[in-house]
Design a protein around this ligand. Sequence first.
Ligand code: DQA
Length: 137
Amino acid sequence: MKLIIINGPNLNLLGKREPEVYGNKTFEDYFSELQFKYKDVQLEYFQSNIEGELIDKIQEIGFSHDGIILNAAAYTHTSVGIGDAVKAIETPVVEVHISNTYKREEFRHVSYISAGAKGVILGFGLQSYDLAIKSFL
Ligand code: DQA
């Protein structure tokens, strides 16, 4: 099973960024825990703050991997381009969010990703990623 976690803008600052919303752990530390927990899964990780790089990555692996776990972060609420990329590929995409975006500002209630996603997991903190991996297993 070959899965990739793709994180969008500002998620490189996890651990420092708004810890009351996103927690104290860096994603690198959490990713090591996931790799340890799911030794049988080929788990990759990619992060970018740049919309086009996220689209390039989705296209690049969108016909080879078994699944994409995508937290497009702020681009979730703005990016027709990422939404179209998710629809264009064969690899199923599970959309994840750390926070419960429906409890937050109204602009976060809109997702350009969900319509093309296999499913959506949100609001469970970093555990949202773990649940997404489980959904593929
Ligand atoms: C987020 C929610 C988004 O609204 C926000 O812009 C993020 C992170 C989350 O994981 O909770 O950067 O995707």
